[in-house]
Design a protein around this ligand. Structure first.
Ligand SMILES: *[C@@H]1O[C@H](CO)[C@@H](O)[C@H](O)[C@H]1NC(C)=O
Ligand SMILES: *[C@@H]1O[C@H](CO)[C@@H](O)[C@H](O)[C@H]1NC(C)=O
Ligand SMILES: *[C@@H]1O[C@H](CO)[C@@H](O)[C@H](O)[C@H]1NC(C)=O
Ligand SMILES: *[C@@H]1O[C@H](CO)[C@@H](O)[C@H](O)[C@H]1NC(C)=O
Ligand SMILES: *[C@@H]1O[C@H](CO)[C@@H](O)[C@H](O)[C@H]1NC(C)=O
Ligand SMILES: *[C@@H]1O[C@H](CO)[C@@H](O)[C@H](O)[C@H]1NC(C)=O
Ligand SMILES: *[C@@H]1O[C@H](CO)[C@@H](O)[C@H](O)[C@H]1NC(C)=O
Length: 417
């Protein structure tokens, strides 16, 4: 208890810490009594719950964030103590974005878990709206889903998920949901793709190669369709031989500004306008969602300025009429391979060498994704790690990425769980 508190209350002298710890323990003894009075405040209600001492301490330390809650009606997500123990980097997250991290655990509305319908997905805005940490205006969001098993799950940045373990505790000001994971503040596009979704590094590299990264990562409220690496790799020569202006036009067709469209909001036969006002078309078939003829592979990756859906093909504004052939298990690319396209596995994934590297070129310690490449060009295909390829990229420095990295690696690990 004291150990955990001292991680949170950094900077306080030890003696004071001990007092804080004792005070924090004091109300816990009240848990012998049955339950708090109706209308009790947040701290009192938490004092009756077991294994939430870390968050109770946070409520004390950030008292000003919790004082005015009573006026609007909110939901407070309370990770239990083992969630904090598992999430060893909470201390780092507090240092770099303490207020943001805490605000991300407070939903703007009172959300009763009991009211969530099975199979439903909802996204809920949080109190986190500071532009230094999010460019989703109106509050960065969390996704709430009720599983077929009836479990209610909150999803945050890096697809970090927390299951509700104690639901709908009432306090004066709203409801408390105790969850089994800390919620991760969604990171920027670059950090998220590079560190948690290495299968989209070709797309990210292409954004760097065309100077589109900042437009994609700084425009508020966006939906981005990110083709996975194989889509670029399949047509490597085509994309590498393309004029920069043409490549740029194609990439800009992958971003929908002013709309954060979660996968379940994508309506069959609807259109979304991309940056240059060319529309992409949505098709739904059974549980599949397609944008033009590309299939959504991984959906609802929350980032600082919106949401990313990973897709299986590169979209072309010149072939906006492309529609899926739903009888096929995988869709044909809309680009044709140039005659000189390299054969099979001999082609390196295009644009991955355009990724800047962080100053010390760290490699996230998650399991590497094996890919077959012929790096040396001698016709011998070797199995290497795509993370390794990224790490071998030039060290040009990536401003502002340092803080995210440790968290990112943790996020990747957590996402893999
Ligand atoms: C609190 O934690 C202890 C030890 O991990 C566990 O045995 C107990 O069941 C937990 N209580 C609740 C209500 O989760
Ligand atoms: C709480 O409300 C008061 C009065 O409306 C306001 O002055 C203060 O800034 C608010 N505090 C926070 C942390 O929002
Ligand atoms: C936190 O919740 C998880 C899931 O119910 C449970 O396994 C774990 O024991 C809880 N930890 C504590 C300290 O209560
Ligand atoms: C939000 O966008 C602004 C530029 O408009 C940028 O400076 C800021 O870093 C962005 N915030 C995040 C969290 O990416
Ligand atoms: C941004 O998106 C959020 C959530 O979708 C919405 O509440 C807000 O109004 C949008 N803001 C703008 C300026 O489009
Ligand atoms: C890159 O894009 C930014 C805006 O996103 C622009 O300000 C800058 O001039 C561009 N740089 C080059 C070299 O085109
Ligand atoms: C979806 O839209 C297509 C037209 O784009 C239509 O043919 C199809 O019947 C629709 N499917 C459903 C389930 O509504």
């Amino acid at each position: 208890m004291i150990g955990l508190s001292s991680q949170i209350v950094f900077g306080l002298p030890r003696a004071l810490l001990a007092i804080v710890a004792i005070l924090a323990c004091a109300p816990t003894s009240a848990s012998a009594q049955s339950s708090p009075q109706p209308g009790a405040d947040l701290r009192t209600v938490l004092a009756y719950e077991q294994n939430v001492s870390t968050f109770s301490q946070i409520v004390k330390d950030y008292a000003n964030l919790f004082t005015n809650l009573t006026t609007s009606g909110v939901t407070v997500l309370v990770p239990n103590d083992s969630a904090f123990r598992r999430f060893g980097r909470w201390h780092d997250m507090l240092k770099s974005k303490s207020v943001a991290a805490v605000k991300y655990h407070i939903l703007q509305n009172t959300l009763s878990v009991k009211s969530v319908i099975k199979g439903d997905s909802i996204f809920a805005p949080t109190k986190l709206s500071d532009r230094a940490f999010t460019n989703v205006t109106g509050g960065q969001q969390l996704i709430i889903t009720k599983q077929p098993s009836n479990e209610v799950v909150f999803t945050s940045g890096y697809a970090t998920r927390g299951t509700v373990v104690v639901e709908d505790l009432e306090f004066y000001g709203g409801l408390i949901q105790i969850i089994d994971s800390v919620m991760m503040v969604p990171e920027r596009l670059e950090t998220t793709l590079r560190d948690a979704y290495p299968d989209s590094t070709a797309f990210l590299g292409a954004l760097y190669a065309t100077n589109l990264t900042s437009e994609f990562a700084n425009t508020p409220n966006v939906t981005i369709f990110a083709p996975h690496n194989a889509a670029f790799w399949q047509m490597a020569r085509t994309f590498l031989n393309m004029e920069k202006a043409e490549l740029k036009r194609i990439l800009r067709y992958h971003m929908v500004p002013r709309r954060v469209e979660h996968s379940w909001q994508l309506q069959n036969a609807s259109s979304l306008n991309t940056i240059d006002d060319n529309a992409v078309h949505i098709t739904r078939f059974n549980n599949y969602v397609f944008v033009n003829s590309a299939q959504l592979l991984q959906t609802d990756i929350l980032i600082a300025n919106g949401v990313v859906h990973m897709i299986d093909n590169v979209l072309s504004p010149a072939v906006a009429s492309a529609r899926p052939d739903v009888s096929l298990t995988s869709q044909r690319p809309v680009f044709s391979a140039t005659a000189s396209s390299p054969t099979g596995t001999a082609a390196p994934t295009p644009f991955t060498s355009d990724l800047p590297c962080t100053v010390d070129c760290p490699v996230p310690d998650a399991t590497p994704i094996a890919t077959s490449t012929d790096e040396s060009g001698d016709g011998v295909v070797r199995t290497t790690s795509s993370r390794g390829n990224v790490a071998a990229a030039r060290c040009t420095g990536l401003p502002g990425a340092g803080v995210g990295l440790g968290l990112a690696a943790m996020g990747a690990v957590m996402a893999a769980l």
